[in-house]
Design a protein around this ligand. Structure first.
Ligand code: NAP
Ligand code: 3JN
Length: 332
């Protein structure tokens, strides 16, 4: 069985990653279609050495294609305008934007964590924010084995999370050029702001992490706070996560747990200065965990350091894994 797949936002940072991961994983494709805005329509992108012309996203270009999966990464406004049109013509939409994440009718899914939530879908499945995804994979074994009372997230996020524009700001910033995408220079700097500020003093990115974590764990009682920071790194988000577990633990058991958890690589050998770093994980599928240690300042406190490729597991790969879940569960 093979499927007709549309990539919406194909010319972007995440869209291009969709294309290469579909190729790498040999996703069962019958026809593939690439969509963008009118700016890039008509340009050519390769898929498995075949030239594919990028089409402008409009209803006429969607309706006769019998698309099975539409993988969206063209921003929330585009998702709001077009996701339901794809669903109307029979597609399952897997959306990378925040447009539908908190919609109670839309499952928000990390396959290793809550893959079964896709069973409740009504056509659209939301991919969580990149910072949430890697945190979920790392927290799931702790949540299942000890329970979690409270989480403190502090992130160190790569410029690729802000798309082609973010990438360019760092590339050109090192030569002294003023930023176009970020509010301040990112070269030789860190910016304690990702996305815009809300009335409560948090950024949207911080509130996404808080709200999405509760939705994915189906646990509104979780106490969570977050500070999200942009750093001058091209690929790979890093997170310091402080956790208050519900029950006591042996630190050796936590190491053993991470050694045997789905989708996780344990990289923690401080006697040899070994820990996960973004420079080592670009292009990798797994979530890397290290710097595991007890937080002595509270009962049942734990610190972990979590690194993943934000455009792969944080965006395109997770979405494609959701599509693979549909196929594995014979839902399509
Ligand atoms: P990007 O590099 O700026 O690419 C944006 C893409 O969207 C381009 O292909 C662009 O086409 C297309 N696009 C823009 N407006 C459009 C419209 N009106 N109709 C059709 N296509 C349109 O951005 P990116 O980093 O790939 O991110 C794209 C989106 O993915 C983000 O806005 C966000 O919603 C989501 N995202 C999610 C995560 C995550 O955490 N899971 C991470 C990064 C991004 P043109 O070439 O024609 O401009
Ligand atoms: O900045 C990052 O590292 C992640 C950015 C994600 C992002 C960027 C623009 C719009 C999102 C997202 O996925 O939450 C959105 C959005 O759809 O709101």
């Amino acid at each position: 069985m093979s499927y007709n797949v549309a990539v919406v936002g194909a010319t972007g940072m995440v869209g291009r990653q969709f294309i290469s991961i579909l190729e790498e994983r040999n996703f069962p494709i019958n026809n593939i279609y690439f969509f963008s805005s009118s700016r890039s329509a008509g340009s050519i992108l390769k898929f498995k050495n075949t030239d594919i012309t990028v089409e402008e996203l409009n209803e006429d270009n969607i309706k006769n294609k019998k698309i099975d999966f539409a993988l969206f990464s063209a921003g929330g406004d585009t998702s709001l305008a077009f996701a339901k049109i794809f669903v109307k013509y029979g597609a399952i939409v897997i959306d990378n934007s925040s447009a539908f994440r908190m919609d109670p009718n839309v499952p928000l899914v990390v396959p290793e964590v809550n893959g079964d939530d896709i069973l409740n879908h009504k056509g659209i499945i939301a991919n969580p924010n990149c910072s949430t995804i890697q945190a979920m994979v790392a927290l799931k074994p702790l949540y299942d084995n000890y329970g979690i009372n409270r989480i403190i997230y502090s992130t160190y996020q790569a410029v690729s999370g802000a798309g082609m524009g973010g990438f360019k700001d760092l590339e050109e910033g090192v030569t002294g050029k003023a930023p176009q995408k970020f509010t301040s220079p990112i070269a030789f700097n860190v910016i304690p702001q990702i996305d815009s500020f809300l009335d409560n003093g948090y950024t949207k990115e911080e509130m996404k992490m808080i709200n999405e974590t509760k939705k994915i764990f189906h646990d509104d009682a979780l106490k969570i706070t977050a500070t999200t920071v942009r750093v001058p790194v091209y690929h790979g988000h890093s997170e310091s996560i402080n956790i208050e577990l519900k029950t006591s633990f042996n630190i050796e058991d936590i190491f053993n747990l991470y050694n045997s958890s789905n989708g996780i690589v344990l990289k923690d050998d401080i006697s040899n200065n070994i820990y996960p770093m973004p420079i080592d994980i670009a292009g990798k599928d797994e979530v890397y965990v290290g710097r595991i240690r007890r937080d002595f300042s509270l009962d049942n406190g734990l610190n972990i350091w979590v690194v993943a490729d934000n455009i792969r597991k944080g965006a395109a790969l997770n979405a494609i894994q959701i599509a693979e879940c549909f196929i594995e569960k014979k839902l399509i």
